[in-house]
Design a protein around this ligand. Structure first.
Ligand code: KIV
Length: 262
């Protein structure tokens, strides 16, 4: 998938969208030759790559650098770059500058968490030709206001509020919505309420697509697990075994052999 038009068309075709959060050139090269539809350069890179406990440390400069690395590796895929912490809250002009940085770095679209209080930013960007992906439910940039990494939308009022937010995001012209950590029935209701694709993470099977982090789905961070995560490969074991084999070969003098030497 190369464009947001193809992304939007999936709502009517019913073919589910696969999205992976990835941050580096080599992750992108693997994704480029995979059947995964699109790539999110997520601000989760602060946690996954840098070991931070929140996403707050990701800045526009950091997001642009990783977006550039990913776009060099996967130019044939739709690449969406995350707006970093509070970047949508400094007004329209600052948001335009941030979007310009991310699109110059190779993204074709940006993702912005939340909607209330920055509808004008979403509308201005989409009307300026910048495709925007919304994000509701558990929005990690609002971690402190949400009281931690908790399931959202529980109860009638909270789920109705998420449906309201989803509609506001669609009205602002966004091309899709990430729905994070909500009960499956709520994600189903949101998905039925809007005419743009929903991408779930921890939101059950009824969204129009699913997103997972590269390292999580490949088992490359073995200490981490959440209920919604599935390991599609045991990358951690492959890495551990490979490192042990290298150290053993060096210790035994088996590496390098004659063919591996000049
Ligand atoms: O930052 C990220 O990777 C994300 C996805 C997990 C949705 O926002």
């Amino acid at each position: 998938m190369k464009s947001v038009l193809e992304f939007k068309a999936r709502k009517t075709s019913g073919v589910k969208i696969s999205m992976v959060s990835a941050y580096t050139h080599w992750e992108a090269r693997f994704l480029e030759t995979s059947p995964v539809d699109c790539i999110l350069v997520g601000d989760s890179l602060a946690v996954v790559l840098d070991g931070e406990s929140t996403t707050f440390a990701a800045t526009t400069e950091i997001m642009a650098r990783h977006t550039r690395a990913v776009s060099r590796g996967a130019g044939g895929k739709l690449i969406i770059a995350d707006f970093p912490f509070l970047a949508a809250r400094r007004g329209v002009v600052a948001a335009v500058d941030c979007a310009a940085e991310l699109l110059r770095a190779g993204a074709s679209a940006v993702k912005i968490e939340g909607v209330d209080g920055h509808e004008d930013v979403l509308r201005h960007l989409t009307q300026s030709g910048v495709p925007v992906l919304g994000h509701i439910g558990l929005t990690p940039q609002s971690l402190h206001a949400l009281g931690g990494y908790k399931v959202q939308g529980k109860g009638v009022a909270a789920s109705a509020d998420l449906v309201r937010q989803a509609r506001a995001i669609e009205t602002a012209g966004c091309f899709g919505i990430v729905v994070e950590c909500v009960p499956p029935a709520v994600a189903r209701e949101i998905t039925a309420a809007v005419g743009i694709p929903t991408i779930g993470i921890g939101a059950g099977a009824d969204c129009d697509g699913q997103v997972l982090v590269f390292h999580d789905l490949l088992g490359l961070n073995p200490g981490f697990s959440t209920r919604f995560m599935r390991r599609f490969a045991d990358g951690g074991a492959v890495v551990t075994d490979g490192l042990a084999a290298f150290a053993k070969a060096v210790a035994k003098g088996d590496y390098p052999n004659r063919k591996e030497s000049y």
